[in-house]
Write a protein that binds this ligand. Sequence first.
Ligand code: FAD
Length: 529
Amino acid sequence: MNPKYDAIIIGGGHNGLTCGAYLARAGVKTLVLERRHVVGGAAVTEEVVPGFKFSVFSYLMSLLHPRVIADLELARYGYKVLPATDMFGPLPGDDYIVFSDDVARTQRSFVRFSRKDADIYPQFDRYLMESVSIMRQLLHETPPDPSCRDWRAFRETAAFLWKYRRVGGKLFRLIDLLTMSADDYLAEWFESTHIRAVLAYYCGIGTFAGPKSPGSAYVVMHHLLGEHAGAGGWGFVQGGMGAITQAIAMSGAAHGLTVRTGAEVAAIETRDGRVSGVTLTDGSRYDADIVASNVSAKLTFLKFLERGTLPAEFVRDIETYRTFSTAFKINIACERLPQYRAFDAANCGFAYPTYTHIGPTIEYLERAYDDAKYGDMSQRPFVTPVTPSFVDSTVAPPGKHVVHLFGGHAPHTLKEGDWNSRRGELVSRVMAVMDEFAPGFSSGIIDMQVLTPPDIEAAIGSPHGHIFHGELNVDQLFWSRPAPHWADYRSPIRGLYQCGSSAHPGGGVGGVVGRNAAREILRDRRARR
Ligand SMILES: Cc1cc2nc3c(=O)[nH]c(=O)nc-3n(C[C@H](O)[C@H](O)[C@H](O)COP(=O)(O)OP(=O)(O)OC[C@H]3O[C@@H](n4cnc5c(N)ncnc54)[C@H](O)[C@@H]3O)c2cc1C
Protein backbone atom coordinates (compact mmCIF):
# COMPACT_ATOMS: atom_id res chain seq x y z
CA MET A 1 0.00 0.00 0.00
CA ASN A 2 1.51 3.34 -1.06
CA PRO A 3 1.49 6.22 1.42
CA LYS A 4 -1.29 8.76 1.00
CA TYR A 5 -0.29 12.24 -0.20
CA ASP A 6 -2.23 15.50 0.04
CA ALA A 7 -1.48 16.18 -3.62
CA ILE A 8 -0.17 14.25 -6.61
CA ILE A 9 1.31 15.88 -9.69
CA ILE A 10 1.21 13.89 -12.92
CA GLY A 11 4.40 14.74 -14.83
CA GLY A 12 7.70 16.22 -13.74
CA GLY A 13 8.05 18.87 -16.44
CA HIS A 14 9.17 22.29 -15.22
CA ASN A 15 5.54 23.33 -14.57
CA GLY A 16 4.72 20.19 -12.62
CA LEU A 17 7.86 20.63 -10.53
CA THR A 18 7.11 24.32 -10.02
CA CYS A 19 3.56 23.59 -8.90
CA GLY A 20 4.88 20.87 -6.59
CA ALA A 21 7.60 23.12 -5.16
CA TYR A 22 5.07 25.87 -4.33
CA LEU A 23 2.69 23.35 -2.74
CA ALA A 24 5.50 21.79 -0.70
CA ARG A 25 6.52 25.24 0.55
CA ALA A 26 2.93 25.76 1.67
CA GLY A 27 3.11 22.55 3.71
CA VAL A 28 1.15 20.34 1.32
CA LYS A 29 2.53 16.78 1.24
CA THR A 30 3.10 16.43 -2.50
CA LEU A 31 4.31 13.67 -4.83
CA VAL A 32 5.42 14.21 -8.43
CA LEU A 33 5.12 11.17 -10.69
CA GLU A 34 7.31 11.36 -13.80
CA ARG A 35 7.20 8.73 -16.55
CA ARG A 36 10.80 9.20 -17.76
CA HIS A 37 14.03 8.34 -15.94
CA VAL A 38 14.72 12.05 -15.58
CA VAL A 39 12.58 15.01 -14.52
CA GLY A 40 12.30 18.15 -16.62
CA GLY A 41 10.04 17.24 -19.54
CA ALA A 42 11.02 19.59 -22.37
CA ALA A 43 13.65 21.25 -20.14
CA VAL A 44 16.32 18.57 -19.71
CA THR A 45 20.05 18.14 -20.25
CA GLU A 46 21.13 14.71 -21.45
CA GLU A 47 24.46 13.26 -22.56
CA VAL A 48 23.16 11.74 -25.78
CA VAL A 49 26.63 11.65 -27.40
CA PRO A 50 29.40 10.74 -24.90
CA GLY A 51 31.03 13.92 -23.59
CA PHE A 52 28.39 16.24 -25.11
CA LYS A 53 25.50 17.52 -23.01
CA PHE A 54 22.48 18.45 -25.09
CA SER A 55 19.58 20.65 -24.06
CA VAL A 56 17.56 18.01 -25.84
CA PHE A 57 14.35 20.00 -26.35
CA SER A 58 14.18 23.64 -25.17
CA TYR A 59 17.48 25.39 -25.68
CA LEU A 60 17.19 29.10 -24.78
CA MET A 61 16.12 30.73 -21.56
CA SER A 62 14.14 33.95 -21.49
CA LEU A 63 10.68 33.22 -20.22
CA LEU A 64 11.43 31.76 -16.77
CA HIS A 65 9.67 34.26 -14.60
CA PRO A 66 11.73 36.34 -12.14
CA ARG A 67 9.11 35.70 -9.41
CA VAL A 68 9.52 31.94 -9.83
CA ILE A 69 13.31 32.28 -9.78
CA ALA A 70 13.12 34.36 -6.60
CA ASP A 71 10.32 32.47 -4.78
CA LEU A 72 11.97 29.09 -5.33
CA GLU A 73 15.48 30.47 -4.68
CA LEU A 74 16.75 28.85 -7.83
CA ALA A 75 20.16 30.56 -7.74
CA ARG A 76 20.81 28.68 -4.47
CA TYR A 77 20.31 25.43 -6.34
CA GLY A 78 22.74 26.14 -9.18
CA TYR A 79 20.61 28.10 -11.65
CA LYS A 80 22.81 30.53 -13.57
CA VAL A 81 22.17 32.27 -16.89
CA LEU A 82 24.93 33.00 -19.37
CA PRO A 83 23.85 35.70 -21.84
CA ALA A 84 23.45 34.88 -25.50
CA THR A 85 24.58 37.50 -28.00
CA ASP A 86 22.26 39.71 -30.03
CA MET A 87 20.32 37.71 -32.59
CA PHE A 88 22.36 37.43 -35.79
CA GLY A 89 20.52 36.90 -39.08
CA PRO A 90 22.65 35.97 -42.07
CA LEU A 91 21.18 37.11 -45.39
CA PRO A 92 21.85 36.00 -48.96
CA GLY A 93 24.84 37.70 -50.59
CA ASP A 94 27.08 37.80 -47.52
CA ASP A 95 24.92 40.38 -45.78
CA TYR A 96 23.44 40.17 -42.27
CA ILE A 97 21.05 41.82 -39.87
CA VAL A 98 21.24 42.10 -36.07
CA PHE A 99 18.33 42.29 -33.62
CA SER A 100 19.03 43.35 -30.06
CA ASP A 101 17.15 44.45 -26.95
CA ASP A 102 19.32 47.55 -27.27
CA VAL A 103 17.21 49.82 -29.48
CA ALA A 104 20.13 51.89 -30.75
CA ARG A 105 22.11 48.80 -31.82
CA THR A 106 19.06 47.42 -33.63
CA GLN A 107 18.58 50.78 -35.38
CA ARG A 108 22.21 50.81 -36.51
CA SER A 109 21.65 47.43 -38.12
CA PHE A 110 18.26 48.34 -39.64
CA VAL A 111 19.51 51.55 -41.25
CA ARG A 112 21.49 49.53 -43.79
CA PHE A 113 18.16 48.30 -45.21
CA SER A 114 15.86 51.29 -44.74
CA ARG A 115 16.44 54.68 -43.18
CA LYS A 116 12.66 55.06 -42.70
CA ASP A 117 12.41 51.71 -40.84
CA ALA A 118 15.40 52.51 -38.64
CA ASP A 119 13.94 55.90 -37.75
CA ILE A 120 10.54 54.50 -36.78
CA TYR A 121 11.91 51.49 -34.87
CA PRO A 122 12.09 53.21 -31.42
CA GLN A 123 8.42 54.22 -31.78
CA PHE A 124 7.47 50.66 -32.77
CA ASP A 125 9.48 49.25 -29.86
CA ARG A 126 7.60 51.49 -27.40
CA TYR A 127 4.25 50.62 -29.02
CA LEU A 128 4.92 46.87 -28.88
CA MET A 129 6.33 47.01 -25.36
CA GLU A 130 3.15 48.67 -24.09
CA SER A 131 1.22 45.62 -25.28
CA VAL A 132 3.93 43.31 -23.92
CA SER A 133 3.65 44.92 -20.51
CA ILE A 134 -0.13 44.33 -20.41
CA MET A 135 0.41 40.73 -21.47
CA ARG A 136 3.10 40.32 -18.80
CA GLN A 137 0.54 41.29 -16.16
CA LEU A 138 -2.03 38.92 -17.65
CA LEU A 139 0.42 36.03 -17.31
CA HIS A 140 -0.26 35.94 -13.59
CA GLU A 141 -4.02 36.12 -13.80
CA THR A 142 -6.33 33.21 -13.36
CA PRO A 143 -8.55 33.70 -16.40
CA PRO A 144 -12.09 34.51 -15.25
CA ASP A 145 -15.06 32.90 -16.97
CA PRO A 146 -16.66 35.73 -18.96
CA SER A 147 -19.82 33.71 -19.58
CA CYS A 148 -20.65 34.50 -15.92
CA ARG A 149 -22.78 31.45 -15.34
CA ASP A 150 -22.73 31.83 -11.60
CA TRP A 151 -22.24 34.49 -8.93
CA ARG A 152 -18.57 33.65 -8.33
CA ALA A 153 -17.73 33.89 -12.06
CA PHE A 154 -19.58 37.21 -12.28
CA ARG A 155 -17.67 38.61 -9.30
CA GLU A 156 -14.31 37.46 -10.70
CA THR A 157 -15.01 38.86 -14.17
CA ALA A 158 -16.10 42.19 -12.70
CA ALA A 159 -12.96 42.35 -10.52
CA PHE A 160 -10.82 41.51 -13.54
CA LEU A 161 -12.40 44.20 -15.71
CA TRP A 162 -12.02 46.77 -12.94
CA LYS A 163 -8.36 45.87 -12.44
CA TYR A 164 -7.63 46.29 -16.17
CA ARG A 165 -9.88 49.35 -16.71
CA ARG A 166 -6.86 51.50 -17.56
CA VAL A 167 -6.03 49.33 -20.59
CA GLY A 168 -8.72 51.43 -22.34
CA GLY A 169 -7.88 52.16 -25.96
CA LYS A 170 -4.92 49.78 -25.88
CA LEU A 171 -7.50 47.00 -26.06
CA PHE A 172 -7.64 47.62 -29.81
CA ARG A 173 -3.88 47.09 -30.05
CA LEU A 174 -4.26 43.79 -28.27
CA ILE A 175 -7.02 42.78 -30.66
CA ASP A 176 -4.68 43.59 -33.58
CA LEU A 177 -1.95 41.45 -32.04
CA LEU A 178 -4.27 38.55 -31.38
CA THR A 179 -5.95 38.52 -34.78
CA MET A 180 -3.57 39.94 -37.40
CA SER A 181 -0.91 38.08 -39.30
CA ALA A 182 2.65 38.90 -38.26
CA ASP A 183 3.37 40.29 -41.70
CA ASP A 184 0.32 42.57 -41.83
CA TYR A 185 1.08 43.78 -38.31
CA LEU A 186 4.71 44.56 -39.14
CA ALA A 187 3.96 45.98 -42.59
CA GLU A 188 2.09 48.81 -40.85
CA TRP A 189 5.53 49.92 -39.64
CA PHE A 190 8.30 48.57 -41.82
CA GLU A 191 9.00 48.43 -45.56
CA SER A 192 12.10 46.16 -45.65
CA THR A 193 11.37 42.44 -45.94
CA HIS A 194 14.55 41.65 -43.97
CA ILE A 195 13.45 43.86 -41.11
CA ARG A 196 9.93 42.41 -41.12
CA ALA A 197 11.41 38.89 -41.27
CA VAL A 198 13.59 39.51 -38.20
CA LEU A 199 10.46 39.83 -36.07
CA ALA A 200 8.09 37.65 -38.06
CA TYR A 201 10.56 34.78 -37.67
CA TYR A 202 9.30 34.23 -34.12
CA CYS A 203 5.77 33.46 -35.31
CA GLY A 204 6.82 30.10 -36.75
CA ILE A 205 8.79 28.96 -33.69
CA GLY A 206 6.82 25.99 -32.46
CA THR A 207 3.58 26.84 -34.23
CA PHE A 208 2.02 25.63 -37.46
CA ALA A 209 1.90 29.12 -38.95
CA GLY A 210 3.60 31.38 -41.43
CA PRO A 211 4.00 35.14 -41.27
CA LYS A 212 0.85 35.58 -43.34
CA SER A 213 -1.32 33.35 -41.11
CA PRO A 214 -4.04 35.25 -39.22
CA GLY A 215 -3.20 35.42 -35.52
CA SER A 216 0.52 34.86 -35.98
CA ALA A 217 1.36 38.37 -34.69
CA TYR A 218 0.56 37.17 -31.16
CA VAL A 219 3.14 34.37 -31.36
CA VAL A 220 5.83 36.95 -32.13
CA MET A 221 4.91 38.70 -28.91
CA HIS A 222 4.69 35.46 -26.90
CA HIS A 223 8.41 34.96 -27.55
CA LEU A 224 9.14 38.47 -26.32
CA LEU A 225 7.31 38.12 -23.00
CA GLY A 226 10.45 37.15 -21.09
CA GLU A 227 11.93 39.55 -18.60
CA HIS A 228 15.42 38.13 -18.55
CA ALA A 229 17.76 41.11 -18.64
CA GLY A 230 20.54 39.67 -20.78
CA ALA A 231 21.68 40.67 -24.23
CA GLY A 232 18.78 40.17 -26.60
CA GLY A 233 16.66 39.03 -23.65
CA TRP A 234 17.78 35.44 -24.23
CA GLY A 235 20.36 33.36 -22.46
CA PHE A 236 21.84 29.92 -21.99
CA VAL A 237 21.56 28.15 -18.69
CA GLN A 238 24.86 26.87 -17.38
CA GLY A 239 24.80 23.09 -17.69
CA GLY A 240 21.91 23.23 -20.16
CA MET A 241 18.16 23.67 -19.71
CA GLY A 242 18.06 20.67 -17.38
CA ALA A 243 19.82 22.80 -14.78
CA ILE A 244 16.56 24.77 -14.43
CA THR A 245 14.46 21.73 -13.64
CA GLN A 246 17.11 20.18 -11.41
CA ALA A 247 17.16 23.44 -9.44
CA ILE A 248 13.34 23.50 -9.15
CA ALA A 249 13.33 19.85 -8.03
CA MET A 250 16.01 20.56 -5.40
CA SER A 251 14.14 23.62 -4.19
CA GLY A 252 11.00 21.51 -3.80
CA ALA A 253 12.87 18.65 -2.11
CA ALA A 254 14.23 21.07 0.49
CA HIS A 255 10.60 21.62 1.55
CA GLY A 256 9.54 17.97 1.45
CA LEU A 257 8.52 17.50 -2.20
CA THR A 258 8.82 13.84 -3.24
CA VAL A 259 9.63 13.00 -6.85
CA ARG A 260 9.36 9.52 -8.37
CA THR A 261 10.82 8.92 -11.83
CA GLY A 262 10.00 5.88 -13.96
CA ALA A 263 6.41 6.25 -12.74
CA GLU A 264 3.95 6.36 -15.65
CA VAL A 265 0.38 7.28 -14.83
CA ALA A 266 -2.22 5.19 -16.68
CA ALA A 267 -5.45 6.48 -15.15
CA ILE A 268 -6.92 9.16 -12.94
CA GLU A 269 -9.30 7.65 -10.39
CA THR A 270 -12.54 9.37 -9.45
CA ARG A 271 -15.39 8.78 -7.01
CA ASP A 272 -18.72 10.66 -7.15
CA GLY A 273 -17.32 13.41 -9.42
CA ARG A 274 -14.23 13.90 -7.22
CA VAL A 275 -10.68 12.83 -7.87
CA SER A 276 -9.43 10.08 -5.56
CA GLY A 277 -5.94 9.25 -6.89
CA VAL A 278 -4.03 7.78 -9.81
CA THR A 279 -3.08 4.33 -11.04
CA LEU A 280 0.30 3.71 -12.68
CA THR A 281 0.95 1.47 -15.68
CA ASP A 282 2.54 -1.08 -13.30
CA GLY A 283 -0.82 -1.34 -11.51
CA SER A 284 0.20 0.47 -8.34
CA ARG A 285 -2.11 3.14 -6.99
CA TYR A 286 -1.62 6.40 -5.13
CA ASP A 287 -4.50 8.07 -3.29
CA ALA A 288 -4.87 11.82 -2.91
CA ASP A 289 -7.69 14.36 -2.71
CA ILE A 290 -5.81 16.68 -5.05
CA VAL A 291 -4.34 15.67 -8.40
CA ALA A 292 -2.72 18.24 -10.72
CA SER A 293 -1.83 17.24 -14.24
CA ASN A 294 1.28 18.63 -15.91
CA VAL A 295 0.68 16.53 -19.05
CA SER A 296 -1.26 17.88 -21.99
CA ALA A 297 -5.02 18.41 -21.70
CA LYS A 298 -5.62 15.78 -24.35
CA LEU A 299 -3.87 13.06 -22.35
CA THR A 300 -5.31 14.21 -19.05
CA PHE A 301 -8.94 14.27 -20.09
CA LEU A 302 -9.13 11.90 -23.07
CA LYS A 303 -6.71 9.17 -21.98
CA PHE A 304 -6.54 9.10 -18.20
CA LEU A 305 -10.27 9.52 -17.52
CA GLU A 306 -13.36 7.55 -18.46
CA ARG A 307 -15.36 9.53 -21.04
CA GLY A 308 -18.53 9.31 -18.99
CA THR A 309 -16.98 11.23 -16.12
CA LEU A 310 -16.78 14.47 -18.15
CA PRO A 311 -19.40 16.76 -19.75
CA ALA A 312 -19.78 16.07 -23.48
CA GLU A 313 -19.26 19.74 -24.41
CA PHE A 314 -15.94 19.81 -22.53
CA VAL A 315 -14.78 16.55 -24.13
CA ARG A 316 -15.50 18.01 -27.55
CA ASP A 317 -13.54 21.19 -26.74
CA ILE A 318 -10.52 19.14 -25.69
CA GLU A 319 -10.82 16.84 -28.71
CA THR A 320 -10.75 19.85 -31.02
CA TYR A 321 -7.91 21.65 -29.19
CA ARG A 322 -5.31 22.04 -31.94
CA THR A 323 -1.94 20.41 -31.31
CA PHE A 324 -0.63 19.65 -34.81
CA SER A 325 3.11 20.39 -34.80
CA THR A 326 5.75 21.02 -37.44
CA ALA A 327 8.74 21.82 -35.21
CA PHE A 328 11.97 19.83 -35.43
CA LYS A 329 15.22 19.89 -33.49
CA ILE A 330 18.63 18.54 -34.47
CA ASN A 331 21.20 18.35 -31.68
CA ILE A 332 24.76 18.18 -32.95
CA ALA A 333 28.11 17.27 -31.44
CA CYS A 334 30.72 18.86 -33.69
CA GLU A 335 34.33 19.68 -34.22
CA ARG A 336 33.79 23.38 -34.82
CA LEU A 337 31.25 26.18 -34.61
CA PRO A 338 29.33 27.28 -37.71
CA GLN A 339 31.42 29.93 -39.49
CA TYR A 340 28.89 32.30 -41.03
CA ARG A 341 30.07 33.84 -44.30
CA ALA A 342 28.42 37.12 -43.44
CA PHE A 343 29.63 37.44 -39.86
CA ASP A 344 32.04 40.23 -39.09
CA ALA A 345 32.92 40.58 -35.40
CA ALA A 346 34.07 44.17 -35.67
CA ASN A 347 30.90 45.33 -37.43
CA CYS A 348 28.54 43.27 -35.27
CA GLY A 349 30.18 44.23 -31.99
CA PHE A 350 30.43 40.71 -30.53
CA ALA A 351 33.00 37.94 -30.90
CA TYR A 352 30.72 35.21 -32.20
CA PRO A 353 26.95 34.93 -32.82
CA THR A 354 25.72 32.36 -30.31
CA TYR A 355 22.09 32.89 -31.34
CA THR A 356 21.18 32.94 -35.05
CA HIS A 357 17.99 33.00 -37.10
CA ILE A 358 18.18 31.75 -40.69
CA GLY A 359 15.00 32.93 -42.39
CA PRO A 360 15.98 36.04 -44.29
CA THR A 361 12.74 37.23 -45.89
CA ILE A 362 8.99 37.07 -45.40
CA GLU A 363 8.79 35.03 -48.60
CA TYR A 364 11.36 32.53 -47.31
CA LEU A 365 9.38 32.03 -44.09
CA GLU A 366 6.02 31.83 -45.84
CA ARG A 367 7.25 29.33 -48.45
CA ALA A 368 8.65 27.14 -45.67
CA TYR A 369 5.14 27.14 -44.22
CA ASP A 370 3.46 26.58 -47.60
CA ASP A 371 5.27 23.24 -48.00
CA ALA A 372 4.05 22.12 -44.58
CA LYS A 373 0.50 23.29 -45.27
CA TYR A 374 0.33 20.66 -47.99
CA GLY A 375 1.89 17.92 -45.90
CA ASP A 376 5.56 18.12 -46.89
CA MET A 377 8.64 19.19 -44.96
CA SER A 378 9.94 22.62 -46.01
CA GLN A 379 12.17 22.57 -49.08
CA ARG A 380 14.20 25.32 -47.38
CA PRO A 381 13.47 25.18 -43.64
CA PHE A 382 13.98 28.16 -41.34
CA VAL A 383 16.65 27.25 -38.82
CA THR A 384 17.70 28.63 -35.41
CA PRO A 385 21.29 27.57 -34.71
CA VAL A 386 22.39 28.17 -31.11
CA THR A 387 25.83 27.36 -29.75
CA PRO A 388 25.82 27.05 -25.93
CA SER A 389 29.34 25.58 -25.84
CA PHE A 390 30.76 28.97 -26.88
CA VAL A 391 29.82 30.34 -23.45
CA ASP A 392 29.47 27.15 -21.37
CA SER A 393 32.50 24.87 -21.17
CA THR A 394 30.54 22.26 -19.20
CA VAL A 395 28.51 21.04 -22.19
CA ALA A 396 31.25 19.87 -24.61
CA PRO A 397 34.77 18.46 -24.39
CA PRO A 398 37.56 21.07 -24.78
CA GLY A 399 37.80 22.34 -28.37
CA LYS A 400 34.53 20.67 -29.44
CA HIS A 401 31.05 22.13 -29.62
CA VAL A 402 27.34 21.58 -29.17
CA VAL A 403 25.12 23.15 -31.83
CA HIS A 404 21.34 22.99 -31.50
CA LEU A 405 19.31 23.50 -34.66
CA PHE A 406 15.65 24.21 -33.98
CA GLY A 407 13.40 24.89 -36.94
CA GLY A 408 10.40 24.32 -39.12
CA HIS A 409 8.51 23.02 -40.79
CA ALA A 410 8.42 19.24 -40.49
CA PRO A 411 4.77 18.18 -40.24
CA HIS A 412 4.02 15.56 -37.61
CA THR A 413 2.22 13.51 -40.27
CA LEU A 414 3.63 13.63 -43.79
CA LYS A 415 1.42 13.41 -46.84
CA GLU A 416 3.85 10.99 -48.44
CA GLY A 417 5.95 8.44 -46.57
CA ASP A 418 6.77 8.72 -42.89
CA TRP A 419 9.58 9.94 -40.69
CA ASN A 420 11.25 6.51 -40.52
CA SER A 421 11.91 6.63 -44.24
CA ARG A 422 12.30 10.41 -44.70
CA ARG A 423 14.34 11.49 -41.68
CA GLY A 424 17.54 11.65 -43.79
CA GLU A 425 15.82 14.01 -46.21
CA LEU A 426 15.06 16.46 -43.40
CA VAL A 427 18.69 16.36 -42.29
CA SER A 428 19.89 16.98 -45.91
CA ARG A 429 17.57 19.96 -46.32
CA VAL A 430 18.65 21.49 -43.02
CA MET A 431 22.35 20.92 -43.76
CA ALA A 432 21.95 22.47 -47.24
CA VAL A 433 20.66 25.64 -45.55
CA MET A 434 23.40 25.55 -42.90
CA ASP A 435 26.18 25.02 -45.45
CA GLU A 436 24.82 27.81 -47.64
CA PHE A 437 25.16 30.35 -44.82
CA ALA A 438 28.02 28.70 -42.89
CA PRO A 439 30.09 26.85 -45.54
CA GLY A 440 31.61 23.55 -44.41
CA PHE A 441 29.52 23.28 -41.24
CA SER A 442 28.18 19.80 -41.99
CA SER A 443 31.67 18.36 -42.59
CA GLY A 444 32.55 18.97 -38.92
CA ILE A 445 29.70 16.92 -37.45
CA ILE A 446 30.72 14.13 -35.05
CA ASP A 447 27.24 12.81 -34.27
CA MET A 448 23.68 14.05 -34.07
CA GLN A 449 20.24 13.45 -32.58
CA VAL A 450 17.31 14.18 -34.90
CA LEU A 451 13.93 14.94 -33.33
CA THR A 452 10.86 15.13 -35.55
CA PRO A 453 7.44 15.88 -34.02
CA PRO A 454 6.66 12.15 -33.49
CA ASP A 455 10.00 11.77 -31.66
CA ILE A 456 9.13 14.69 -29.40
CA GLU A 457 5.68 13.22 -28.81
CA ALA A 458 7.17 9.83 -27.91
CA ALA A 459 9.66 11.40 -25.51
CA ILE A 460 7.53 13.85 -23.52
CA GLY A 461 3.98 12.86 -24.43
CA SER A 462 2.86 16.19 -25.88
CA PRO A 463 0.29 15.31 -28.58
CA HIS A 464 1.76 15.63 -32.09
CA GLY A 465 4.98 16.71 -30.34
CA HIS A 466 3.62 20.25 -29.94
CA ILE A 467 6.25 22.25 -28.12
CA PHE A 468 3.63 24.36 -26.29
CA HIS A 469 1.13 21.50 -25.69
CA GLY A 470 -1.19 23.32 -28.16
CA GLU A 471 -1.37 26.20 -30.61
CA LEU A 472 -1.14 29.79 -29.38
CA ASN A 473 -4.11 31.30 -31.21
CA VAL A 474 -6.74 33.57 -29.74
CA ASP A 475 -9.29 30.74 -29.60
CA GLN A 476 -6.83 28.74 -27.47
CA LEU A 477 -5.54 31.50 -25.20
CA PHE A 478 -6.45 32.97 -21.84
CA TRP A 479 -10.10 32.15 -20.96
CA SER A 480 -10.23 29.53 -23.71
CA ARG A 481 -7.04 27.65 -22.78
CA PRO A 482 -7.54 24.74 -22.93
CA ALA A 483 -11.33 25.09 -23.03
CA PRO A 484 -13.98 27.71 -22.26
CA HIS A 485 -15.21 27.66 -18.62
CA TRP A 486 -12.17 25.59 -17.54
CA ALA A 487 -9.27 28.00 -17.94
CA ASP A 488 -8.90 28.60 -14.19
CA TYR A 489 -6.63 25.54 -13.71
CA ARG A 490 -9.61 23.54 -12.40
CA SER A 491 -11.56 20.89 -14.30
CA PRO A 492 -15.02 19.33 -14.33
CA ILE A 493 -13.69 16.74 -11.84
CA ARG A 494 -13.46 18.28 -8.37
CA GLY A 495 -9.92 18.16 -7.01
CA LEU A 496 -8.39 17.62 -10.47
CA TYR A 497 -6.31 20.59 -11.62
CA GLN A 498 -4.27 21.50 -14.70
CA CYS A 499 -0.69 22.69 -14.21
CA GLY A 500 0.92 22.21 -17.65
CA SER A 501 1.35 24.27 -20.78
CA SER A 502 -2.12 23.39 -22.09
CA ALA A 503 -3.35 25.95 -19.56
CA HIS A 504 -2.87 29.75 -19.47
CA PRO A 505 -0.42 31.30 -20.36
CA GLY A 506 0.76 28.39 -22.49
CA GLY A 507 4.16 27.03 -23.43
CA GLY A 508 7.72 28.12 -22.88
CA VAL A 509 9.94 27.49 -19.90
CA GLY A 510 8.30 30.14 -17.74
CA GLY A 511 7.02 28.32 -14.66
CA VAL A 512 3.98 30.60 -14.58
CA VAL A 513 1.42 27.87 -15.24
CA GLY A 514 2.79 25.83 -12.34
CA ARG A 515 2.83 28.88 -10.06
CA ASN A 516 -0.70 29.99 -10.96
CA ALA A 517 -2.07 26.45 -10.60
CA ALA A 518 -0.50 26.07 -7.14
CA ARG A 519 -2.11 29.37 -6.11
CA GLU A 520 -5.58 28.11 -7.13
CA ILE A 521 -5.06 24.74 -5.44
CA LEU A 522 -4.08 26.48 -2.20
CA ARG A 523 -7.01 28.85 -2.51
CA ASP A 524 -9.46 25.93 -2.76
CA ARG A 525 -7.75 24.16 0.13
CA ARG A 526 -8.15 27.24 2.31
CA ALA A 527 -11.81 27.56 1.28
CA ARG A 528 -12.50 23.92 2.24
CA ARG A 529 -11.13 24.37 5.73
C1 FAD B 1 11.98 20.94 -29.16
C2 FAD B 1 11.52 22.01 -28.20
C3 FAD B 1 12.19 23.23 -28.15
C4 FAD B 1 11.76 24.24 -27.28
N1 FAD B 1 12.51 25.38 -27.14
C5 FAD B 1 12.21 26.27 -26.14
C6 FAD B 1 13.12 27.30 -25.78
O1 FAD B 1 14.21 27.39 -26.32
N2 FAD B 1 12.76 28.14 -24.78
C7 FAD B 1 11.56 28.03 -24.12
O2 FAD B 1 11.28 28.83 -23.21
N3 FAD B 1 10.69 27.04 -24.43
C8 FAD B 1 11.00 26.15 -25.41
N4 FAD B 1 10.18 25.08 -25.68
C9 FAD B 1 8.87 25.01 -25.01
C10 FAD B 1 9.01 24.57 -23.58
O3 FAD B 1 10.10 23.71 -23.43
C11 FAD B 1 7.74 23.84 -23.14
O4 FAD B 1 6.60 24.63 -23.45
C12 FAD B 1 7.76 23.58 -21.64
O5 FAD B 1 8.99 23.00 -21.24
C13 FAD B 1 6.61 22.69 -21.26
O6 FAD B 1 6.66 22.47 -19.88
P1 FAD B 1 5.54 21.70 -19.08
O7 FAD B 1 6.06 21.46 -17.72
O8 FAD B 1 4.25 22.43 -19.20
O9 FAD B 1 5.33 20.34 -19.86
P2 FAD B 1 6.38 19.20 -20.28
O10 FAD B 1 7.76 19.71 -20.25
O11 FAD B 1 5.88 18.63 -21.57
O12 FAD B 1 6.24 18.15 -19.13
C14 FAD B 1 5.28 17.13 -19.10
C15 FAD B 1 5.88 15.98 -18.32
O13 FAD B 1 4.91 14.96 -18.17
C16 FAD B 1 5.56 13.70 -18.32
N5 FAD B 1 4.57 12.69 -18.64
C17 FAD B 1 3.93 12.49 -19.84
N6 FAD B 1 3.07 11.46 -19.73
C18 FAD B 1 3.15 11.02 -18.45
C19 FAD B 1 2.50 9.98 -17.72
N7 FAD B 1 1.60 9.18 -18.31
N8 FAD B 1 2.82 9.78 -16.42
C20 FAD B 1 3.75 10.57 -15.80
N9 FAD B 1 4.40 11.57 -16.46
C21 FAD B 1 4.10 11.79 -17.76
C22 FAD B 1 6.55 13.97 -19.43
O14 FAD B 1 7.58 13.00 -19.49
C23 FAD B 1 7.06 15.35 -19.03
O15 FAD B 1 8.15 15.27 -18.14
C24 FAD B 1 10.61 24.04 -26.49
C25 FAD B 1 9.95 22.80 -26.52
C26 FAD B 1 10.40 21.79 -27.35
C27 FAD B 1 9.69 20.45 -27.37
